[in-house]
Design a protein around this ligand. Structure first.
Ligand SMILES: NC(=O)c1ccc[n+]([C@@H]2O[C@H](COP(=O)([O-])OP(=O)(O)OC[C@H]3O[C@@H](n4cnc5c(N)ncnc54)[C@H](O)[C@@H]3O)[C@@H](O)[C@H]2O)c1
Length: 268
């Protein structure tokens, strides 16, 4: 369990769901994890950023929590400054913070569009920009690599499900930004990849809490289950395993890739 020993990993949206699973997995593999999230856990029923960092420490890992709104450039700068102060170097970024929003076009307004793009696309630009600036200035390691970036896209950025305009456009944008940065920074030894999760049960879609607690299934969850070739829905740890590969020394020549973690949804 030392695949990330000696590395520092910054994970946004790490207070809950997929980001929390990635933070815990990376810490268990020896990374110092910078848990970044808007939610500090003080006023929330969700897991929270500070409780996530505490849980990592209680399990014998190393983590710090930095409350951050990833849509604010100044807060992203403060996040990277705190990470560098804690560790001296940022080896891994997982740009994961986001939320599931989307409507058919006539149900949107330009203001909705801007708000959704602000969180689900522009914030990833801000965080990637800061990470590349930091990584490009580091010494390359023995394998020539300076850093690894993993961006959280979605199966909904590859397919166009009914009524998810802003979400699917933003997630497609993340995948394309990933390809562009992979090409532009390959010579600097920065590997940039994305993950496209399918339906992962994290509790934030309607009906998921009931599904987790009692197996009671609402129509949307039943549809996802029936549509996914693998005979179950995804779990945060499924995504954490893929993120670990892309963040680890096993990933040496994979860049610009969108790794689907969707139980075969997009293959069907
Ligand atoms: N759950 C799924 O089925 C699924 C599928 C495909 C993609 N995704 C993507 O995975 C990522 C994580 O989703 P999740 O299911 O774990 O959701 P989640 O709601 O459990 O976690 C998202 C986290 O992001 C944080 N966050 C929201 N706005 C923020 C901001 N402005 N600044 C900092 N942090 C902020 C939240 O506080 C939360 O902790 C998202 O990008 C989501 O779009 C999820």
């Amino acid at each position: 369990m030392t695949r990330l020993a000696g590395r520092t990993a910054l994970v946004t949206g790490a207070a809950s769901g997929i980001g929390r699973a990635i933070a815990c997995r990376f810490a268990a593999e020896g990374a110092l994890v910078v848990v970044a999230d808007l939610d500090d856990g003080e006023n929330s029923a969700r897991d929270g950023g500070a409780p996530t960092a505490r849980a990592i420490a209680e399990a014998g890992g190393r983590a710090i929590f930095q409350r951050t709104d990833v849509t604010e450039e100044s807060e992203v700068e403060a996040l990277f400054a705190a990470a560098r102060q804690a560790s001296g170097r940022i080896d891994i970024l997982v740009s994961n913070a986001g939320t599931f929003r989307g409507n058919p076009i006539l149900a949107t307004t330009p203001a909705n569009w801007d708000a959704d793009m602000d969180l689900n696309l522009r914030s990833h630009y801000l965080v990637n920009r800061a990470a590349i600036a930091a990584m490009a200035g580091e010494e390359a390691r023995a394998d020539g690599i300076r850093g690894r970036i993993v961006n959280m896209a979605s199966q909904l950025g590859v397919t166009a499900p009914p009524g998810h305009l802003t979400y699917s456009v933003a997630k497609a944008g993340i995948a394309q930004m990933t390809r562009q940065l992979a090409v532009d920074y390959a010579r600097e030894g920065i590997l940039v990849n994305a993950i496209g999760p399918g339906r992962i049960i994290t509790g934030y879609h309607p009906g998921e809490a009931e599904y987790v607690a009692s197996g009671t299934i609402d129509a949307a969850t039943a549809y996802s289950l029936a549509r996914t070739p693998f005979p179950r829905l995804g779990r945060p740890d499924d995504v954490a395993g893929a993120a670990l590969f892309l963040a680890s020394d096993d990933c040496t020549f994979v860049s610009g890739h969108l790794l689907m973690v969707d139980g075969g949804w997009t293959a069907y």
